[in-house]
Design a binder for this molecule. Structure first.
Ligand code: COA
Ligand code: AMP
Length: 643
């Protein structure tokens, strides 16, 4: 088994690659740029004239969709499977060859062009895990348009916030998604979001699903035309790929910030395609014809990078799974998909494994399937606890590779890059910095910390290709949020430490972001929702440890003076508000009424201390506390809940 106590050797491929990426970064990344096809190959790697905003491959011209589809067909691999759709929720399985997918994408690009979409226009995609979501993303890329995929679990208000920021010309959607407990109708949400939004959307294109009611013909909104995907697609002229500058945006993906307003991470075309190609080969060891299955959702960065772009740019086969790890129909679903589609690399979130383990602790359902095709299991999205790592390693007898990254970086900051070198793995650690990412640990003054000392994890600028170029409409916000705390470094917002052999340990966030079932959420925006309730004077939302989801949000609320309301009724109203304003994905189910929140004398809520108390961790009462009794109130609330 790949588990020993030593780190990488200086003469090994990993250290050699890191050394070259640091000593001659320009040459390193121009060589990597050879992994994709260019209309005009770049002669310059990095433009740093507007540092700390950097641009990769400034004189390169290419098209991302061409690299994901056309070039494989032109290379004679048109009949290779590009995408396998496997949906236990609708009982469908279908394989699409590269030639078929190219035809569908080129036609849908024609539909978008008929709707007036041209290079640089934004298109919001709000779809469940169906092949048309991938088609729509690639069609945007083909036109040089900028897609912004919004996860289906977000409610109208969150969708409207994204419409306001991205100002899309078109929304592409479906009649709805299927969750195990219910059918989720998307079209009423679209109408509500249009009503809440300040922008104007010219066209909504709807893919009708027989399983979910609702169609383009049944909905309307002033100033917006509604088109039926199936009526338009057959008649649209296939659109050729449009060459774009490497630095032009490919997509905007919104992620939780520390304020209520989501941040639109901007990904460029050229750097992204190069990073995808490099990572498929060197991190995942996936090559043309191999099958990769990323069990996530196209609404998240993991889905963008490793359901859609990475595998297709590599000429591999990607699996699009519309289902859950448990309950569709059972905890053997993942093993069935791996075995049936001969998956070489499975990538999912630790929470999915914990859910499988809870339902099937001894993995007896895995025994039914031949998992010999599986080379490695990659995990990311949240901390992989050593217990789950050990369980999965023993079950699969395969490398279980934790790797750490963020929406902002688009690909792994730290990993065990198996395509380069099969390095020993350690429980609890996502291993080592990937070439191109120079990772450091600093204290609050920016002073580097020694091995084993926990601090802020930072990355030296410039970040490598494929990472965020900026925030949409927000160069200043990008610099203020990420680049100002420690000049010359990108602030990850995570805290952690290196051990003596150079393994990184990522321990948690330093801000108010929490991770619920691998979904990143802002407690700040949840507090904004709770504080709108007429009975609530003030509140704090804290991430509490959860056995399956890693964390769950719990709201602590103080009532306005003189207000009387039954706690159960208040909790139910708050839960309903959260579902309506953020969405079911927030998984907000607990609200607790308390007499006071602990605060500093300047009025700042001591969220960190609250977090430590509710999670049963050691804590020190800060000397700046206003009323120490408030700490006792929280501690007593937690103690009574535990009884
Ligand atoms: N559209 C609409 N609603 C959605 C949704 C979507 N795409 N995805 C989730 N939801 C809803 C669920 O139906 C649920 O609603 P409910 O409160 O009415 O039951 C709510 O959001 C919470 O969903 P979820 O977080 O998925 O919890 P769960 O208890 O239904 O399932 C797991 C738990 C662990 C099985 C599930 O979270 C999971 O599969 N996690 C993997 C996460 C993942 O892949 N993350 C990607 C990051 S790499
Ligand atoms: P997201 O942007 O949704 O991908 O969430 C990114 C955040 O998830 C990171 O900043 C971390 O806090 C957390 N995260 C992702 N992967 C890991 C990992 N392998 N180990 C620990 N935390 C992780």
């Amino acid at each position: 088994m790949e588990n020993s106590s030593s780190g990488p050797h200086a003469s090994g491929a990993y250290r050699q690659s890191v050394a070259r990426s640091e000593s001659e970064p320009g040459r390193f990344w121009l060589d990597a740029a050879g992994g994709i096809e260019w209309d005009t190959p770049p002669t310059v790697a990095l433009d740093d004239t507007e540092a700390p905003l950097y641009r990769w491959f400034p004189d390169g011209v290419m098209n991302t969709c061409f690299n994901a589809l056309d070039r494989h067909v032109l290379a004679g691999r048109g009949e290779t499977a590009a995408l396998i759709y496997d949906s236990p929720v609708v009982g469908k399985k279908k394989s699409y060859s590269y030639a078929t997918l190219l035809d569908k994408v080129a036609r849908f690009a024609g539909v978008l062009a008929d709707a007036g979409v041209v290079k640089g226009d934004r298109v919001v995609i709000y779809m469940p895990m169906m092949p048309q979501a991938v088609t729509a993303m690639l069609a945007c890329a083909r036109l040089g348009a900028v897609h912004s995929v919004v996860f289906g679990g977000f409610a109208a208000k969150e969708l409207a916030a994204r419409l306001d920021d991205a100002q899309p010309k078109v929304i592409v959607t479906a009649s709805g998604g299927i969750e195990p407990s219910r059918v989720v109708e998307y079209l009423p949400t679209i109408v509500d979001a249009l009503a809440l939004s300040t922008g104007s959307v010219a066209t909504v294109i709807v893919k009708n699903r027989t399983e979910v009611p609702g169609s383009a013909a049944e909905f309307s909104f002033p100033g917006t035309q509604w088109w039926d995907w199936d009526e338009r697609s057959p008649f649209a002229a296939p659109h050729p790929p449009v060459g774009v500058a490497a630095t032009d945006p490919l997509y905007i993906l919104y992620t939780s910030g520390t304020t209520g307003a989501p941040k639109g991470v901007v990904r460029d075309n050229g750097g992204h395609a190069v990073a995808m190609a490099w990572s498929m080969e060197n991190i995942y060891d996936i090559h043309p014809g191999d099958v990769m299955w990323t069990a996530s959702d196209v609404g998240w960065v993991v889905g963008h990078s490793y359901i859609v772009y990475g595998p297709l740019i590599a000429g591999a086969t990607t699996v699009l799974y519309e289902g859950k790890p448990v309950g569709t129909p059972d905890a053997g679903a993942f093993w069935r998909v791996v075995s049936e589609h001969r998956v070489k690399v499975l990538f999912t979130a630790p929470t999915a494994l914990r859910a499988i383990r809870k339902a099937d602790p001894h993995a007896t359902l895995a025994e039914k399937y031949d998992l010999g095709c599986l080379d490695a299991l990659f995990l990311a999205g949240e901390r992989l606890d050593p217990d789950t790592w050990t369980w999965a390693t023993a079950l699969l007898e395969k490398p279980v590779v934790d790797h750490w990254w963020q929406t902002e970086t688009g690909w792994a900051i730290c990993a065990s890059p198996r395509g380069l070198e099969k390095l020993p793995l350690r429980a609890g650690s996502p291993s080592f910095p990937v070439p191109g990412f120079q990772v450091g640990i600093v204290d609050e003054h920016g002073t580097p910390l020694p091995h084993l000392a926990e601090g802020n994890i930072v990355i030296k600028l410039p970040l490598p290709p494929g990472t965020l170029a900026t925030l949409w409409n927000g160069d200043e916000r990008y610099v203020a949020t990420y680049l100002s705390a420690f000049p010359g470094y990108y602030l990850t917002g995570d805290s952690g430490y290196f051990d003596r052999e150079g393994y990184l340990y990522v321990m948690g966030r330093t801000d108010d972001i929490i991770n619920v079932a691998g979904h990143r959420l802002s407690t700040g925006s949840m507090e904004q929702v709770l504080s709108q309730h007429p009975a609530v004077a003030e509140c704090a939302v804290i991430g509490v440890h959860d056995e399956i989801k890693g964390q769950k949000p719990v709201g602590y609320v103080v009532l306005k003076h003189g207000v009387t309301i039954a706690e159960e009724q208040l909790a139910a109203e708050l839960v309903a508000m959260m579902r309506e304003q953020i969405g079911a994905v927030a998984a907000f189910r607990d609200a607790v009424v308390i007499q006071a929140l602990p605060k500093t004398r300047s009025g700042k809520i001591l969220r960190k201390t609250m977090r430590q108390i509710v999670n049963g961790e050691d804590y020190v009462v800060p000397p700046t506390i206003d009323d120490p009794a408030a700490i006792d109130i929280i501690a007593a609330t937690v103690a009574s809940a535990a009884v």
